[in-house]
Every structure is written in structure tokens, then in C-alpha cells.
Design a protein around this ligand. Structure first.
Ligand code: NAD
Ligand code: NA
Length: 396
């Protein structure tokens, strides 16, 4: 069928298989162009179908010839109805990996559940033996707790005071004032339960228990800090508490892996347009201004450039992994550069509906947003019949 983007609120309800495929191919080409990385050879990526997780899977496979197992939660296609983009991304990834002679299998289901952990363990046992890198890159609004049965919902709210600031509707370009009422204690607990480190630790415990972690195994999860502008609603808000918990969990996991000489890291990544970040108020305006400045300075990166740098210049240098004073890997260094942040803060004060398309990179934001769903990708013929039933080789 012919597929067009269909918007509902902050999300696009359709996705384009050929556009998603092209995005994946572009990322693979980028990784190949950067040369080989002396990295892990057997890799599990949890949250492998979009954003930073997909970039990690691609970097491991095409940078280090790694066998990869990807876990994700995506919607399969149905006759006349498109799949979610992560489905098509994973279909394209597997097809390319298999063509290149690389092992790649995928598991589609709720990574928070005991069942999906068990299914993954069985697959690793059967096919890979032991693994040496686990990337934890889940972004989810909900988690059904596997022990208590409680359904936790994460929220993006400030703690203590109402937060009032500007935001932009990136579709209409309208800049407006928003205010977000502070959370209650339950909101904090729920957000930590969903986006904190408990599930990450559960995964690593389960893998260790099953003797599936190779000596020296590494695990990495992704975090965000960001500027003072977004602090009240991000790093000092409910999601920030979850990230604090995730970062603290890295030390606990490292302790639990001492006998294997294993190590857990948190990598602090750059702000990027993903399905998760478009829904956070204030962030789209910040990202539009940030993109403008970083592109001007020639230091803009997307997920794939970020993760390539994480592997090549942080995780696999054959030396110590460089970390900040809190033990975190920083690949948000370019975003957080003082000159970049000063320029963004100046633009922030000036931003109004009349000038935002000019002083900010609204066009780049929109393009990245549509690209997430496989639309507006160069080289794709959107007038041609699309194969919406495109399957994932290891699943279909
Ligand atoms: P994303 O939405 O692109 O990817 C989320 C992944 O999690 C997808 O593969 C999805 O299928 C999977 N997933 C969600 N719920 C699941 C479930 N229940 N079971 C199995 N899989 C599930 O998100 P992203 O932006 O790549 O975020 C990944 C991590 O990076 C998050 O921890 C996020 O906070 C962090 N991060 C994001 C940014 C940013 O600007 N986007 C910046 C820094 C750090
Ligand atoms: Na991801």
C-alpha cells in the first residue's frame, strides 16, 4: 500500500518500511565508514529497535562483527496496517546482518517480564553460550512489575514547585508558555520503578545466575543530564530521580560482577529527537535551539555518531574507560560545552513564535521526527507500493 504519515498528538501512527530500512542502511554505512572497533563479539541489546539501542546493535554488529540478540517491544504489521517503526528497523537490521554473515536474532515482548528474560536466557544458552556486552536502552512509560504485579506509570513532572517555561509545538512552530504542576511522592516512586535501575539489575542477576556472562563482561545503560534550562522538569524532576537510581545501580551491578571482573557503566548521552523525547515538554524547544548551534559549530551528532564514539573513544580504547567524577561515561560533552550552552541560553530568552523557525532548527527537528517513522528519508520513493507486511527473519 501507499503509506503516509498520520499524526495523533505527539506521535505518528503510521510508519514506512522502506524509509526505516533506508535509515538502518545509512547507519550501517556510517559505522562501516569509521573502521573496525575492537569490541564485544556476543552482545545482548535490551531496547534494540529504535534510538540509542538500535544504534548500539548496529555499532556492535557492523563495527565489531558481533553476534547480536535484540529485545524490544514493537507492534507487528497487520493486513493494511503498518507495524511500529522499531519492527521495520529490526527487520531491516536482521536482513542486513544475515547478508553480512552475522548472527542476529530478535525477541519481541515485554523486557520487564520474567517470561521474556527466560526466553532470552534460553536463546543465549542455545546459540551463543556466554555474552560479553549487555546494552540496556529501554525507554517506556509503563512497567508491570514482575514480582508485585503492580503497573507503574512514569511521569515527567517537577518536584516541589510548579515549573513554568516556554515550549514549542514543533508541528505548528507556535511558542507558548506551559506550566507543569509538581508531582506527588507516588509519582516519584512510580517513575523510578519504570525508568530506574531495578530492571537492569534483574536482567544482569538473571544472566549471571544462568552462567551466561563471560569473564570481563560489560554492561552499559543510558542516562541524560542536560542544561539548567530543563533541569526542573528533567534532571531535578521525577525522571531525574529515576536516572539517579539508574546511575547508582551501575555501582551495585559492578559489585555483583566482581568475581567475573565485570563492570557496569552509565553513559550520559546527548539530547536527541526520539519517540521518547518528543513527548517531554520544553525539550523540543531546547533541542531545536541546540541543533541549530551544534550544526553551526559542526559538532552535531545523531544516535549512531554518539554510539560509535561511545564504543571507539570510551568503551573499547584498550585502556581505562574515561569517566567523570561520578563514574559516568560522558558523550554529552559537546552538548554541554560552555560556549554551546551559553549560545542556547541566549536564544532561549529570545525565542518567540515569530522567530523560532529562524533562530532554532525547527526544520531539523521535524525532519528527525518524521525520520523516526521512516518518512522524509532521502532516496525513498514514497509513491511506490510499500511492503507493510515486512517480517523479521528470526521472528516471522
Ligand atoms: P527509544 O524510544 O528510541 O527506544 C526505546 C526502546 O525500548 C525501543 O527499542 C523499544 O522497543 C524498547 N522498549 C520499550 N518498552 C519496552 C518493553 N516493555 N519491553 C521491551 N522493550 C521495550 O528511546 P531512546 O531515546 O533511544 O532511549 C533509550 C535510553 O536512552 C533511555 O534510557 C533514555 O532515557 C536514554 N537517553 C535518551 C536521550 C534522548 O534524548 N533521546 C538522551 C540521553 C539518554
Ligand atoms: Na533505544
Amino acid at each position: 500500500m501507499i503509506i503516509e504519515p498520520r499524526m495523533r498528538g505527539f506521535i505518528c501512527t503510521t510508519s514506512h518500511p522502506a524509509g526505516c530500512e533506508q535509515n538502518v542502511k545509512n547507519q550501517i554505512e556510517y559505522i562501516k565508514s569509521k573502521g573496525s572497533i575492537d569490541g564485544a563479539k556476543k552482545v545482548l541489546v535490551i531496547g534494540a529497535s529504535t534510538g540509542f539501542g538500535l544504534a548500539s546493535r548496529i555499532t556492535s554488529a557492523f563495527g565489531s562483527d558481533a553476534a547480536t540478540i535484540g529485545v524490544f517491544f514493537e507492534k507487528a504489521p497487520a493486513e493494511g496496517k503498518t507495524a511500529s517503526p522499531g519492527w521495520y528497523n529490526s527487520a531491516a537490521f536482521e536482513a542486513e546482518a544475515h547478508k553480512a554473515g552475522l548472527y542476529a536474532k530478535s525477541i519481541n515482548g515485554d523486557a520487564f517480564s520474567k517470561e521474556i528474560k527466560q526466553q532470552t536466557i534460553d536463546l543465549i544458552k542455545a546459540d551463543l553460550g556466554q555474552i560479553d556486552l549487555i546494552v540496556y536502552s529501554l525507554a517506556s512509560p509503563v512497567r508491570l512489575h514482575p514480582v508485585t504485579g503492580v503497573l507503574h506509570r512514569s511521569v515527567l513532572k517537577p518536584i516541589g514547585d510548579t515549573f513554568a517555561n516556554k515550549t514549542v509545538d514543533f508541528h505548528s512552530g507556535k511558542v507558548s508558555e506551559i506550566s507543569i504542576a509538581p508531582c506527588n511522592d507516588e509519582d516519584i516512586q512510580n517513575t523510578v520503578a519504570v525508568m530506574g535501575g531495578e530492571d537492569w539489575a534483574m536482567w544482569i542477576d538473571a544472566l549471571k545466575e544462568a552462567n551466561l556472562l563471560a569473564p570481563g563482561a560489560t554492561t552499559v545503560a543510558y542516562s541524560y543530564i542536560g542544561p539548567a534550562l530543563t533541569e526542573a522538569v528533567y534532571r531535578k524532576g521525577t525522571i531525574g530521580r529515576a536516572k539517579d537510581h539508574l546511575e547508582a545501580t551501575a555501582f551495585e551491578i559492578t559489585n555483583s560482577l566482581a568475581d567475573l571482573n565485570g563492570k557496569a557503566f552509565v553513559s550520559v548521552n546527548k539530547a536527541l529527537v526520539t519517540q521518547a523525547s518528543s513527548a517531554i515538554p520544553v525539550i523540543p524547544l531546547y533541542i531545536s535551539l541546540l541543533y541549530k548551534i551544534m550544526k553551526q559549530e559542526g559538532i552535531h551528532e545523531g544516535c549512531i555518531e554518539q554510539i560509535q564514539r561511545l564504543y571507539q573513544e570510551r568503551l573499547y580504547t584498550n585502556g581505562e574507560v574515561p569517566v567523570d567524577e561520578k563514574g559516568r561515561i560522558r558523550i554529552d560533552d559537546l552538548e554541554m560545552r560552555a560556549d554551546v550552552q551559553e549560545k542556547v541560553a541566549l536564544l532561549w530568552d529570545q525565542a518567540v513564535t515569530e522567530n523560532v523557525a529562524e533562530i532554532g532548527d525547527l526544520e531539523g527537528y521535524r525532519k528527525d521526527f518524521y525520520n523516526l517513522f521512516g518518512f522524509d528519508v532521502a532516496g525513498v520513493d514514497y509513491k511506490a507500493e510499500a511492503n507493510e507486511m515486512m517480517g523479521i527473519e528470526s521472528i516471522a
